[in-house]
Design a protein around this ligand. Structure first.
Ligand code: HEC
Ligand code: HEC
Length: 264
């Protein structure tokens, strides 16, 4: 094994250890939460109805390990939690906090009012390169329950301050400079972009999101990377470097969006 390969191996093993530790810690915290005393908000609005705790727990598992628990509907190796960091609780990583109460809302992409279920399916057919969940499926009910459980005790209809992604100035990425920035990403995501699922998600190739995904828009990926990557030292890149690396990743091959699902 060459020196560079060895370094990459060591880095990935370190991440693996940390990833497993964090995952089990987060699991504990959530279990305690769910098992704890039920706090009843004064006359909660319908969208804030307290979800079934067991269903929400299943939803969290599915969120963290989507290819394992929703395999018929997933076409790649990404879990929801690979993008929606910390099981959907990290600000500016498109968190699920407070999201349930915002739906139904108007979607520019779909050109119509969409429900939370539609929005989940949008990520299934694009970010998961898969197929929509049947509305009555146990998987859909579990995910909705989990997302509702992260929306409790929030002001109805008022978005979480760190909803979505951070606002960056509109810059133009340079893929050649991005190739150089990518060297620091390759330690984890691999020089082939394939990562090491389920711990390190793929950035391109068959295991990654398709070309209809929000993450495939360079401005969105730049905003995501700017606040969340490199994992362990987020904030290390300038906005320009984030656009450059997004432009480089945008040039790489990935699955095609299936137009049959254009309604999402
Ligand atoms: C490849 C990355 C990726 C994966 C995987 C992914 N998503 Fe998303 N998701 C996004 C992005 C990007 C957005 C849009 C953020 C924005 O534009 O503000 C988003 C938005 C959402 C929203 C709307 C959030 C809001 O504030 O309106 C929901 C709900 C959602 N995703 C659920 C899921 C679920 C459930 C899964 C797993 C089945 C999933 N996503 C998998 C990237 C991903
Ligand atoms: C220390 C390891 C590490 C490094 C370095 C790193 N990442 Fe990540 N990346 C991860 C992990 C792990 C995740 C999954 C989310 C999480 O758990 O934080 C992730 C998630 C992502 C995602 C969303 C999921 C996906 O597959 O699309 C993108 C985009 C991303 N990283 C881009 C980058 C870019 C660009 C760089 C370099 C600037 C980088 N990462 C550096 C470990 C790393």
């Amino acid at each position: 094994m060459g020196a560079e390969q060895w370094l990459r191996f060591v880095a990935r093993v370190a991440v693996l250890g940390a990833g497993v530790g964090i995952a089990s810690l987060a699991g504990c915290a959530l279990n305690q939460n769910l098992a704890g005393p039920v706090r009843i908000a004064p006359s909660p609005p319908a969208a804030d109805a307290r979800p079934d705790a067991n269903l929400a727990k299943q939803g969290k598992k599915l969120f963290d390990r989507t290819p394992k628990y929703a395999s018929p509907y997933v076409g790649n190796q990404l879990s929801c939690g690979n993008c929606h960091i910390d099981s959907g609780k990290a600000g500016y990583a498109a968190p699920m906090i407070g999201v349930a109460a915002l739906f139904p809302l108007f979607s520019q992409r779909a050109g119509r009012q969409i429900t939370l279920q539609d929005r989940i399916d949008e990520c299934f057919v694009r970010s998961e390169a898969g197929r929509p969940l049947p509305p009555e499926s146990s998987q859909m009910q579990a995910l909705v329950a989990y997302i509702q459980s992260l929306s409790m005790n929030r002001d109805h209809g008022r978005p979480y301050a760190k909803r979505g992604l951070v606002k960056l100035p509109a810059l133009k990425g340079n893929p050649d400079r991005g190739r150089i920035v990518y060297r620091q990403c390759a330690l984890c995501h691999g020089s082939d972009g394939a990562g090491m699922p389920p711990v390190i998600p793929p950035l391109w190739g068959q295991g990654s999101f398709n070309d209809g995904a929000g993450m495939n828009q360079p401005a969105k990926m730049a905003a995501y990377v700017y606040t969340n990557m490199p994992q362990g030292s987020p904030g290390a890149l300038t906005a320009q470097q984030a656009y450059d690396v997004a432009a480089f990743i945008h040039q790489q091959p990935r699955p095609k969006f299936n137009p049959v699902y254009a309604r999402f």
